[in-house]
Design a protein around this ligand. Structure first.
Ligand code: CUO
Length: 651
């Protein structure tokens, strides 16, 4: 990296560090104090917004520092967008940096971290900048209250400490068996960053950056979360998660035992709680929106907002994208007043369910932050319900024909797979940013030690014959072979339960080919992010010339952690079906950027930030539609085989 990039990298890490402390870095504080956005309006592309932000700040209209920022709260979000746009539309790095220094000590920390992160992810001049891991920037959203208390105690004693964190609850709660998945800090970071890369409030026109197939990706990424969660449940002798219903009890309660820095503990919900109307949203509204969406799916058309006489067809490959936008709802929804915002409202109503009228002034629930939502079993119930609606749509489409699936002359002979072994390991999270700097107390090394799932690296080898030289897209999937009752799952049901493991392009030569691929190359997972501590050291060393920092302009923070590529499986082995499909790359590619097809790491679940989603096929293809008997017969470019995943006890 050049010095200019290193400086940017260093400044961003500093800006996101210790955000709860005023004037933490003297140099940044001084820049912030000296900066007056109104005196530099020429430096912003969006002057009106800058003026508005400064005015509201001066009049005390913005939420204060220390308050809980809730993205689902319209007013909180509106203010955050003012800051985001001020940062995003700063004409150069210098203005961007000074504006960030200025905002850091004035604006609510939650709004600041979120707006700065999204701006850094999307500005052209900050491409390739690495963000520190979310669980180190604001650990409160990732660890339990007990860990926070013990960390404070250790800091008061000025003693380094490693605090063991247990999963929430006790063994008497069967849901706790899969808490390692819902509470995995890497998984929660993935989910949080996914929603920063694909914000539901994104304004494509205004920001000049289109988000290709955003609605479809909203469905697919969450669909994959559900299939993964169900595979983990089956690995732990739990039945698959049931969809929630607005008029039925939310069977599992949840006691988050997690605390905000200020504002108290996250609210808890007892078992079998019912949905309640909020002050501003009724459950009946949700039901009405859902009814209209289901009608649209069965009719195969949606109503346009601007012209009630215009019907837009859903029964095509693009239908899922429009449906995703409607259900989320994102700002791309074609008719928000008619179809509402089923998913976002679901999060809000669940988050506020125990204090629906705000009588007790409870803070937002875990469902109201993307960082914490998956801790609650109700998250998966909500998303299962939503996934079922998407499935109704997919089931209404014409199944793929033999001709659409077959690639002439390409023939998979065999698929070899290494042993698949999973285990638990310890992982330490730096608690530095969780603790206030009380007078006279210096920072000491305090870590929270969590348990997380991992697997041994493995490889697969596909032996394929080709009649001629041909580039193919390899698609690799995995699903449990048996259901909870021990019955073999028929393919047309199993298809909805396949986890995508990998996707990549490869050139076949005429004759026999051995395609070899490693688990670390997967297109759905990313390696552990570099910790804040190591990142700072690396940048300092690189500036001093004693180390090199590799810059990857396509670095992404979205992506399931490598460790979670495989579901846990069982001690005595658990059977899964592996499915391999080769398709014609010439038909799949969307552009001529070979790099897009090598990325790995994140493309499948996170797309690319600036380009088209690098695959023309519908996401999840060819398992997304009903499978009629004959279409999958004699397709020689697909292959099914059994594999087994063994879980090893390491402790
Ligand atoms: Cu990711 Cu509901 O969208 O959590």
């Amino acid at each position: 990296a050049d010095q200019e990039f290193l400086t940017k990298q260093k400044e961003i890490v500093k800006l996101l560090n210790k955000v709860h402390e005023l004037n933490f870095y003297q140099d940044q504080a001084t820049i912030g104090k000296d900066w007056d956005p109104l005196a530099h309006l020429d430096s912003y592309k969006n002057v009106r917004v800058v003026k508005e932000l400064v005015k509201e700040l001066k009049n005390g209209k913005l939420i204060k520092r220390g308050e809980i920022f809730n993205l689902f709260n319209e007013e909180h979000r509106r203010e955050m967008i003012l800051l985001f746009e001020t940062l995003f539309f700063a004409k150069d790095w210098d203005t961007f940096h000074k504006t960030a220094c200025w905002a850091r000590d004035k604006i609510n920390e939650g709004q600041f971290v979120y707006a700065l992160s999204v701006a850094t992810l999307h500005r052209a001049d900050t491409r390739g900048i690495r963000l520190p891991p979310a669980y180190e920037t604001y650990p409160h959203l990732f660890v339990t209250s007990q860990v926070i208390h013990e960390a404070y105690a250790a800091k008061m004693r000025q003693e380094p400490a490693v605090i063991h964190m247990n999963f929430t609850g006790t063994v008497r709660n069967p849901e706790q068996r899969v808490a390692y998945f819902g509470e995995d800090v890497g998984m929660n970071s993935h989910h949080a960053v996914f929603h920063m890369d694909w914000p539901f409030w994104w304004n494509e026109e205004k920001y000049g950056l289109t988000k290709d197939r955003k609605g479809e990706l909203f469905w697919y990424m969450h669909h994959q979360l559900i299939t993964r969660f169900d595979a983990e449940r089956l690995s732990n002798d739990l039945n698959e998660v049931e969809a929630l219903h607005w008029d039925k009890p939310i069977v599992e309660g949840f006691y988050p035992q997690t605390t905000y820095r200020k504002g108290g503990e996250f609210p808890a919900r007892p078992d079998n709680f019912m949905f309640h109307d909020l002050k501003d949203h009724r459950v009946a509204d949700l039901e009405a929106y859902e009814e209209r969406i289901r009608e649209a799916i069965s009719a195969g058309v949606i109503f346009d907002a601007h012209d009630p006489n215009t019907f837009i067809s859903l029964n095509n490959t693009e239908g899922i994208d429009k449906l995703g936008a409607i259900i989320e709802a994102s700002s791309c929804s074609i008719n928000p007043s008619f179809y509402g915002s089923l998913h976002n409202l679901g999060h809000i109503i669940l988050g506020r369910v125990v204090d629906p009228l705000g009588k007790f002034g409870m803070p937002p629930g875990v469902m109201e932050h993307f960082e914490t939502a998956t801790r609650d079993p109700a998250f998966f119930r909500l998303h299962k319900h939503i996934d079922n609606i998407f499935k109704e749509h997919k089931d209404s489409l014409v199944p793929y024909t033999h001709e659409e699936l077959d690639v002439e002359g390409v023939d998979i002979k065999n698929v070899e797979v290494d042993d698949l072994v999973t285990y638990f390991e310890d992982f330490d999270i730096d608690m530095l940013n969780a603790l206030d700097d009380a007078a006279g107390l210096t920072d000491v090394d305090i870590k929270a030690r969590v348990q997380r799932l991992n697997h041994k690296p493995f490889g697969i080898k596909i032996i394929a014959n080709s009649a001629a030289e041909k580039t193919v897209t390899v698609r690799l999937f995995l699903a449990p072979k048996y259901d909870w009752y021990g019955r073999e799952v028929p393919l047309d049901i199993q298809r909805w339960k396949f986890i995508e493991l990998d996707k990549f392009a490869v050139k076949l030569t005429a004759g026999e080919n051995a395609i070899v691929r490693k688990s670390s190359e997967s297109s759905v997972t990313i390696p552990d992010p570099v910790s804040t501590h190591d990142l700072r050291k690396l940048v300092d060393d690189a500036i001093a010339g004693t180390a090199t920092l590799e810059v990857d302009k396509d670095v992404r923070h979205c992506g399931v952690p490598d460790r979670l590529l495989l579901p846990k499986g069982k001690t005595n082995g658990m059977k899964y079906t592996m499915f391999v499909m080769l398709s014609d790359f010439e038909e799949d590619k969307v552009n001529d950027l070979p790099h897009d097809y090598e990325y790995g790491g994140f493309v499948s679940y996170c797309g690319t930030i600036n380009h088209k989603y690098p695959d023309k096929k519908p996401m999840g293809w060819p398992l997304d539609r009903k499978i009629c008997k004959d279409s999958f017969h004699d397709v020689t470019n697909m292959y099914f085989r059994d594999v087994e995943i063994k879980f090893e006890h390491t402790h």
